[in-house]
Every structure is written in C-alpha cells, then in structure tokens.
Design a protein around this ligand. Structure first.
Ligand SMILES: NC(=O)c1ccc[n+]([C@@H]2O[C@H](COP(=O)([O-])OP(=O)(O)OC[C@H]3O[C@@H](n4cnc5c(N)ncnc54)[C@H](O)[C@@H]3O)[C@@H](O)[C@H]2O)c1
Length: 371
C-alpha cells in the first residue's frame, strides 16, 4: 500500500524510510505481524496483560513503575518463592486505593501468565563466591529452561523482554528456548524477543552529559550500543544536544578533547551500576523506569527509538550466520522491533561492536543451543 504522509504530499521521497531503516534477519519471513508496519490491529476492548517472572528487587521495581504509569490492566507475578511472592502481591494490592484499577495476580506456576501481551523475565541466579561468570551463565540457562518454554506456551503471541544478566546472551537463550514446547513448530520470531540491553546504559550516559551541560536529559540524544555492561560502545559520533551534533560543534569551536577523556566518561557510565551496587547492594529504580519505558513503547505502539538487545546478525559487519543479540537503536511498537535505523558507526565503534559479537558468539557455542 502506498505510504502517505504530509511530507510525501510535499514531494519528499517515500524511499527515505527504506533508506533510513532496515529490518532484523528473518523478520519478514517469520510472521505477518512481524513485517514492518503490519502491527497488530488495534482492539479497543483488549485488556493489556503484563507478566513479570522474578519478584526480586528488579522485578518489583518494574511492577511498581508499570503500575504507577498505568501501562497494564493486569499484572501477573511469578517467582519460585511462594511466600515472598504472595507478600509482594498483597503489598501492591493494598495500594489499590491510590492507583489505577489493575488486577494483580501471582503464582509459582505459569498458567497465571496465560494470555500475556508482554512477558518480562528478571529471574536470575546470583553469583556464588568463587563461581566463574561462565558457571553462573550455565546455571541461568538451566533456570531459563524452566521459565521460557512455559511462558511461551501460555502466551504464544506475547512479546518477550529479558532483563536478567548477562542480558545479551540470555536474550539469545530465551529466543532459542521460545521454540521449545513440542506443540510449536518454531520459536518466536526474532522481532518479538528483545533484551533491555543498553537502554539503561544510554539513560545513564544521557544523564551524565545533561548534568554537565545543564540541560534536560530528554534533550540529549546519545546512545550506548553493543553489549550491556563493561564493553558497551558509546556512539560519540552521533550525540546531539537539541539537534546540534555535539562533537563536530565542539571541534568547530576549538574546544579540545581527547579520546582518553571520552573513554573515561564511557567507563564512568559503566561504573555507575557498580557504584549503586556497592552502595545499596543492587540496582532497581533506574532499571524499573527503563523497562517501563520499553513496555510503553511496545504496548502503546509508540514507534519510539530505544537501544535494546536484538538479533544483530548482518548489521555493521556482524556475519549473517552469527546469531548474536546486541544492542542497537531500534524502532519499537506493538509487534516488537519494527525497524532499525542505519546508524553510522566510526571504524573504531564498528570494530568494538564486532569484537563483542565475536565474544558473545563464542560463549554461546558452549551452551549447546545453536540448533
Ligand atoms: N539488564 C539490566 O540492565 C539489569 C539491571 C539490574 C539487574 N539486572 C539483572 O536482573 C536480575 C534480577 O536482579 P534482582 O536484583 O531482582 O535479583 P533478586 O535476587 O532480588 O531477584 C531474583 C528473583 O528471581 C527469583 N527466581 C529465581 N529462580 C527462579 C525461577 N526458576 N523461577 C521464578 N523465579 C525465580 C528469585 O526467587 C528472586 O525473587 C539479575 O540477573 C540482575 O543481574 C539486569
């Protein structure tokens, strides 16, 4: 169908959209809802249901933010600890008089999540003293084997959003396991499986820059991409403040800055999570807001651009046959990842991204999920 917009009526090329955006691998072929603009039809009486697996610090911060922002008609909580779970559910239900009307249910079984529009996974094992990151990952893969298949079975049309760490590898694991139930021929299409990725890292990056420049963080466009955490890549070349490209405008003003300074700022962004953990033991509020912002863009079909972990095969020189999930800015809507803007990376940025992709791919080879 021919696209019409005010700009196309003024003669601006419709080809601009295709030139500016791409889709992730296999999306067009995987399902009709996956294809670009073919978003789910709007259903006026549809009640939005969000399930959250893992009622720990992160899961409950997400639940509370979703609740206060009125993003769901029903919230289902799942956790392996029945008493803690019931306590959390009751505590939220007791706030009913102060909140929008939302049904809150909970259970240690997955039938409680049936018919979810969005399933968020925050369940995760904690690192034991002396345990390697790889051993922890193996334990989390075992945990995901008990979480993802029943979630997918009870909500075959849901969007799946992974928050548990290491988020990029576990998003890949969730995607692979979403096809696990014997009654499904294939797993979820990749546009419906995403990780919270660097949405939070980018928010930390924007708030640091905003603080320094004394502007509102919402007027700072700045992305961290790649792997969530230590090796995330700051896209310095594309930062803009109120539409003004930051680095080129500093260069024109003869303001000196060195690569080392930029790297120190990136490290400070990464280190900010460790600082919060050192001070209070865990992070919760910022990830709660970050995930709620993703839920809003997805379920309200906002077409907002967020850096999230997605199937990155074929982007920025990552080989087509390497199924890795990494964060790239993506347009999000009711069908999940709709399109990916063709972000320009410098040679160094591209190199770092491909290095992360290679590391993640090598780790994934040890998980036995490749096919
Ligand atoms: N992606 C991000 O930006 C980001 C930010 C912060 C935390 N995290 C990650 O989120 C995860 C949760 O962190 P947290 O601080 O809430 O931990 P937590 O220990 O407080 O909560 C984890 C919850 O998962 C539950 N759980 C464990 N196994 C389960 C299972 N098989 N089924 C259902 N529930 C199960 C536990 O009972 C617990 O309530 C961690 O992996 C953490 O690293 C990610």
């Amino acid at each position: 169908m021919k696209k019409t917009s005010s700009l196309s009526e003024l003669g601006f090329s419709d080809a601009a959209t295709t030139a500016f955006f791409r889709q992730i691998k296999d999306v067009a072929a995987s399902s009709s809802a996956a294809a670009g603009d073919a978003d789910a039809p709007s259903q006026p009486n549809h009640r939005i249901k969000i399930s959250i697996v893992g009622a720990g610090n992160v899961g409950m911060a997400i639940a509370q933010t979703i609740l206060t922002q009125d993003l769901a008609d029903e919230i289902a909580l799942v956790d392996a600890k029945p008493e803690k779970l019931r306590g959390e559910m009751l505590d939220l239900q007791h706030a009913a008089a102060f909140l929008p009307r939302v049904r809150i249910v909970s259970g240690t079984y997955y039938a409680v999540t049936a018919g979810s529009d969005l399933a968020i996974v925050t369940a995760g094992a904690r690192q034991l003293p002396g345990e390697t990151r790889l051993d922890l990952l193996h334990r989390n893969v075992a945990l995901f084997r008990t979480v993802v298949p029943p979630l997918a079975q009870h909500s075959p049309d849901a969007l799946l959003l992974v928050v548990s760490n290491p988020v990029d590898v576990l998003t890949y694991v969730a995607w692979k396991l979403s096809g696990f139930p014997p009654n499904r021929l294939s797993g979820f299409p990749p546009n419906r499986v995403i990780g919270s990725g660097t949405n939070l890292d980018s928010s930390r990056f924007r708030s640091l820059l905003a603080d320094h420049l004394e502007v509102n963080a919402q007027d700072v466009q700045a992305y961290m991409v790649g792997e969530h955490g230590d090796s995330s890549v700051a896209l310095w070349s594309s930062i803009s403040i109120g539409g003004v490209p930051m680095l080129s405008s500093l260069r024109e003003s003869d303001v000196e800055f060195e690569q080392a300074v930029l790297e120190r700022i990136r490290k400070a962004v990464v280190g900010s999570a460790y600082e919060v953990i050192r001070l209070k033991g865990y992070t919760s509020w910022a990830i709660g807001y970050s995930v709620a912002s993703l839920a809003r863009s997805l379920l309200r079909n906002q077409h907002r651009i967020h850096p999230i972990s997605l199937l990155a095969s074929g982007f920025h020189g990552i080989p087509d046959d390497r199924e890795v999930f990494l964060s790239l800015p993506a347009v999000l809507g009711r069908s999940g990842v709709i399109r990916i803007p063709s972000v320009q990376l410098t040679e160094e940025e591209g190199k770092r991204l491909r290095k992360s992709a290679q590391t993640l791919w090598e780790i994934q080879q040890q998980l036995g999920l490749a096919n």
